[in-house]
Design a protein around this ligand. Structure first.
Ligand SMILES: C[S@@+](CC[C@H](N)C(=O)[O-])C[C@H]1O[C@@H](n2cnc3c(N)ncnc32)[C@H](O)[C@@H]1O
Length: 248
């Protein structure tokens, strides 16, 4: 892993001050998929999304829903089965192929014009499109805009130095009535460097507060053996609902 450029560096992220934060490369993420270090994947889907599905959908049907850094999240199948259109982005081709295989979905594969080496995998039914490339290669011109965003394991996975770029992309993908469910993690960042990276409340406000109403809707204790092994003594998942108050 040392050979994969995981050189620690100081980030400038507001609340984490001068704390050292690792920079995780795309190669490391690909490696995690190869060696099955994918403890983040929830085989039964995420209980918070089940609980707040009505908030995401808000009584609407036929929505376009975005899954940034989607992995092989099974929630994409749930939503497609409900008649919504799901778009995901994931750098690991292996993750995307595993998604279609494990969900028993046939798919086609096409290059993405203008993005060298990138592909889009489309379910034969047409309601799931998963882009295989870095999220930073995409824009609203390619992806369009969304009625809902499920961001779990995504903002917390990107390097803190890339948060502003990521947040601006997310804002550009929001339809006026978009419901953006954002899940962050909270823990003592002196004891673990991430990923997942600690994203303080103040950071969510500074990234999205100019254009979004931000409501913290749930804090869930997710402390388990894994977090104990990281040297932590608490670990929370914090979910926010972001809605646009003005157009970016
Ligand atoms: C913590 S996992 C979360 C996956 C999924 N959201 C879930 O909840 O299971 C983060 C995912 O982001 C992918 N990833 C990392 N950097 C990326 C990038 N720049 N563009 C697209 N995907 C990326 C990784 O391969 C990994 O599957």
């Amino acid at each position: 892993m040392e050979s994969l450029k995981d050189v620690p560096r100081i980030t400038e992220s507001s609340d984490i001050g001068q704390q050292q934060s690792r920079v995780v490369t795309v190669e490391e993420w690909l490696q995690k998929w190869e060696v099955r270090h994918i403890g983040f994947h929830k085989e039964q889907g995420h209980p918070i999304l089940r609980k707040y599905l009505d908030v995401l959908l808000n009584g609407r049907s036929g929505l376009r829903i975005f899954f940034p850094l989607c992995g092989k999240a099974i929630e994409m199948k749930w939503l497609a089965d409900m008649g919504h259109y799901v778009v995901g982005v994931e750098v690991s081709e292996r993750a995307l192929k595993e998604f279609f295989t494990e969900q028993n979905l046939s798919y086609s594969e096409e290059p993405i014009p203008g993005i060298s080496g990138a592909k889009v995998f489309k379910s034969v039914s047409g309601n799931i499109s998963l882009y295989c490339c870095s999220i930073y290669d995409l824009s609203s011109t390619v992806l369009g805009r969304f009625d809902g965003i499920w961001d779990r394991g995504s903002l917390v996975a990107i390097n803190p130095c890339d948060r502003e770029c990521y947040a601006n992309l997310m804002l550009s993908l929001m339809e006026r009535s978009c419901c953006y469910l954002l899940v962050t993690v909270s823990y003592d960042s002196n004891k673990h460097k991430g990923p997942p990276f600690y994203v303080p409340d103040s950071e969510v406000k500074s990234l999205f507060g100019k254009f979004c109403e931000i409501k913290c809707v749930e804090k869930v204790d997710e402390f388990s053996q894994q977090q104990r092994a990281w040297g932590l003594d608490y670990f929370l998942e914090v979910m926010y609902l972001l809605t646009l108050k003005s157009v970016p």
